[in-house]
Write a protein that binds this ligand. Structure first.
Ligand code: APR
Length: 311
C-alpha cells in the first residue's frame, strides 16, 4: 500500500509521520519542489523508526514523480498560503496552477490513484482537481470536514469535560470560518444529545470556537496549523487503504444531493477503497438548510474565479 504526499511542508510531512507511526501504509513518498526538503523530512521521520517501532518506509524526492509510481492514494498539500496583500483571486490562480501540474504529473505514473486535496481554498481546489483531470468524482476527496469535525469534537470534549473518544459530532458545509456548519443538534456524548447536556450559550460557544478553530491557531502559531490537519488526512488515507467504510465528512461534488450541484462542499461521506463511496443524506432542519445554502453560495462565489481561470 503506497501513498504519495505532494508538498512536504508542515501538513504534508505531518501526514507522512502519522501514516508511518500508525503503519497505515507500507510506503510513503514525500515530494516537494524545494530542493532537499522532502528528502530531509523523510530521513528525519525514518530516524524515528528505531525508537518508535514502525516499519513503514518513508522516502523523499525533489520533483521526481517517477518515484511515486503506482500510488494507491495521492495527497496534495502543495500550495502557497495567502500572503499579506495577496487577493483571493491571486491565491486561486497560483494554487490552481500548482494543483494542475501536480495532478498531471501524478496521474501519469499512478493512473488509478485516489486523490485527497488539502490545498486551500480546499473546496475550490478539489473542484479544480476534478475539472482538470476529468476523473470520476469518487476519486477526488476534499479533506476539510475531517479536520473541522475533529476540532468540533475537541471543543465539545473540553466543554463537557469528557473524553474526546466518547463524543460524536460532524461539521458540514464549506471549509472556511464563515462557511462551516458544526451540527450541534446531532452531536452526542455516548449517544446522549449534547443539547441536553450543555446550555444554549455553551453550545453556541462551542460552535463559534470550532468555526474560528483554524484562525485561533494561526494567531497563536504565526502560521496555519499542521498536527490536526496532518492527522485528519492520515485518518482519511487509512479509511481508503483499508476499505474501512468510515463515515467522514468530506468535500465532494454534489449532483443534486442536499439541493446543490456543481460544487464541492462538505457532507458526510462513506470512505473506502473507491474513495467517496456514498454521500449520506442527513435530514437538516430549516435553519441548517438555510446555513447550508448560504455556505454553498459563498463557495460558488469563490469558484467563479476558478471558472474564469479554466475557461
Ligand atoms: N510541487 C510540489 N510541492 C510544492 C509545489 C509544487 N508545484 N508548490 C509548492 N510546493 C510545496 C512548498 O515547497 C511547500 O513545502 O508545498 C509545500 C507547502 O507547505 P507549507 O507552506 O508548509 O504549507 P502547509 O502548512 O503544509 O499547508 C499546505 O494546506 O491547509 C492548506 O492552506 C494550506 O494550501 C496550504 C496547504
Amino acid at each position: 500500500m503506497k501513498v504519495s504526499v505532494i508538498g512536504a511542508g508542515n501538513v504534508g510531512a505531518t501526514c507522512a509521520e502519522v501514516i508511518a507511526f500508525r503503519q497505515i501504509a507500507s510506503e510513503v513518498v514525500l515530494v516537494d519542489i524545494a530542493e532537499g526538503l522532502a528528502e530531509g523530512k523523510a530521513m528525519d521521520i525514518m530516524q524515528c523508526a528505531a525508537n518508535s517501532g514502525f516499519d513503514t518506509v518513508v522516502k523523499g524526492v525533489t520533483k521526481q514523480y517517477a518515484r511515486t509510481v503506482n500510488s494507491d492514494v495521492v495527497v496534495i498539500t502543495s500550495g502557497i498560503p495567502r500572503k499579506p496583500g495577496m487577493t483571493r483571486e491571486e491565491l486561486i490562480g497560483t494554487n490552481t496552477a500548482i494543483v494542475k501540474s501536480v495532478m498531471e504529473n501524478a496521474l501519469t505514473v499512478s493512473p488509478n490513484a485516489i486523490f485527497v486535496i488539502v490545498t486551500n481554498p480546499m473546496d475550490t481546489m478539489a473542484l479544480a482537481a476534478l475539472k482538470i483531470s476529468g476523473l470520476a468524482k469518487n476519486r477526488i476527496i476534499g479533506m476539510g470536514g475531517a479536520l473541522d469535525s475533529a476540532r468540533f469534537k475537541y471543543f465539545l470534549s473540553q466543554k463537557l469535560d469528557k473524553p474526546v473518544a466518547d463524543i460524536e459530532g460532524m461539521v458540514i458545509g464549506g471549509h472556511g470560518d464563515t462557511t462551516m456548519i458544526p451540527l450541534i443538534r446531532l452531536a452526542t456524548y455516548k449517544g446522549i444529545p449534547v443539547t441536553q447536556l450543555l446550555s444554549e450559550a455553551d453550545q453556541q460557544e462551542v460552535v463559534k470556537q470550532t468555526m474560528v478553530g483554524g484562525a485561533t491557531l494561526t494567531k497563536l502559531l504565526g502560521t496555519s496549523a499542521w498536527y490536526a490537519p496532518g492527522a485528519a488526512v492520515a485518518h482519511l488515507v487509512d479509511s481508503i487503504l483499508h476499505d474501512r467504510k468510515k463515515l467522514i465528512p468530506c468535500s465532494t461534488l454534489l449532483e443534486g444531493e442536499y439541493g446543490e450541484q456543481n460544487i464541492f462542499i462538505g457532507v458526510p461521506c462513506i470512505i473506502g477503497k473507491n474513495g467517496i463511496e456514498k454521500i449520506v443524506d442527513v435530514t437538516l432542519n430549516k435553519e441548517e438548510k438555510d446555513e447550508f445554502r448560504k455556505s454553498a453560495e459563498a463557495i460558488k462565489e469563490v469558484n467563479k474565479e476558478l471558472h474564469n481561470i479554466l475557461s
